[in-house]
Each structure stands twice: as structure tokens, then as C-alpha cells.
Design a protein around this ligand. Sequence first.
Ligand code: ATP
Length: 235
Amino acid sequence: PAGAEILSVSDLQAWYGESHILHGINFNVKAGEVVTLLGRNGAGKTTTLKSVMGIIGKRTGSIRFNGQDITRAPSDRIARQGIAFCPEERGIFASLDVRENLLLPPIVRGGGLSLDQIFELFPNLKERLNSQGTKLSGGEQQMLAIARILRTGARFLMLDEPTEGLAPVIIQQIGHTIARLKSEGFTILLVEQNFRFASTVADRYYIVEHGKVIDGFANSELSANMDKLHTYLGV
Ligand code: ATP
């Protein structure tokens, strides 16, 4: 149901080999929300998403999704719970065309979007159906990357810096896409450096600094928190 806590992360710590990167990440996401993790380069935002997806070797603390403990679950089981991750690098297969890229991901749950539903959401992709990954613009690649995770059937989407390197008009389209997905009941956890963009889509924010969540507030509390944003993000 809308408003129920769907993801709850407490005292998450994570390591890459010997490097201790996350030192206490605490946040939650409720069903139907868009929640954004903000923070400087290297603060640990991507590592947090990877930890939730189960693709960081060593993690401790607690990650609960829909009431289930997934802290130490393997990533394939986490995917089958309905969580999908769209990495910053987008991961488009250069030698495959748009259609092939869309047909590749495993459908891990029922309810994944059909190609027709994908094309209704991303009309550009339909026009580019037979174009190779290498021939797509940055914006088209980002749309394809989002479209691809919608094929899996996941209803909880983690998007890592979807606007990076894109032109303002494309960023606006991505904003519309996120708003549309939210209106269709998807829950979205976003990592963003572009605060202006984040403020057009987010319900709530958390600030990550040196591997910890140091603050969190709602979009409605934004003006009271501008000083903090200035201090921690240089906004
Ligand atoms: P960015 O926007 O730069 O990705 P971020 O907040 O997402 O910033 P992370 O990518 O989570 O930050 O990185 C957190 C820290 O972990 C950084 O100090 C980074 O150098 C380190 N790190 C990231 N990936 C690895 C890795 N594969 N091996 C070792 N250290 C890593």
C-alpha cells in the first residue's frame, strides 16, 4: 500500500576489499515515493545502491525490503524481490540494437513492461529500434537503460545519476519519465549530483557524507534546509 515503508536501511556498513567505505547509512523509502540521496563525489551514494542490490562483497547492518531481511542475500534473490538498479554507466550493449538491448534482461518477476508499453513511455526508442547501442545519444542511452530495468518486473527502481552529462531538455524528459513512473506506483531511489533536477522530482532527501547519512528532510522542508545544502553540497 502507498505510504508503507518498503525499504529500510539501518547502520549499513560496507567494504571494498579492505577499504571501509560506508560507516552507518540509515534511511527508509515508503511505497510510491521518490527519495534522493545527495552528497559530494565519493560520499558513498553509489556504494549504498550497490549494497541494497547485493553487489558489494562485505556489508553489515540491516537492509529490509518489504519486511524481509536482504542484508546478506545474493543479488539474484534481491532482484527477484523486485529491486532493479540502473548504474551510472548505463551498461548499454554497444553491439546490440535497441530491440536486442530490451530483450536481453531476464524477467525476474511478473508484471514487467511489454515492448509496447515501453514504447508508449519512450516514443524515441521506438524510432531507434534498430539502431545499435553505439549510435544512440546519451539521452537515448539513459532512456534505454531505464526502459530495460522496467522489463524485469521490478517495482522498486534505483537510478544512479540519470541526468549526468545530459542536455537540459533531455534532463527535463527524464524528470517527466520519473514523475510518470511515480504516478503509476513505482517507488524510486535516486542518486543525484544535480540538486536542481532532484528538487523537481523528489519527495524526500538524505545527505550522505563520508559514508554516513548525516541528515534527511522532506521536499516541503527544503527552504529551511538550504544552509545545509550549501554546506554539504555547495548548492
Ligand atoms: P560518485 O558520484 O563519485 O560516484 P558516490 O557518493 O556515489 O560518488 P561512491 O562511488 O559510493 O561515491 O564511492 C565511495 C568511496 O568508495 C570513494 O572513496 C571511492 O573512491 C571508493 N570506491 C568506489 N568504488 C570502489 C571500488 N570498486 N574499490 C575501492 N574503492 C572504491
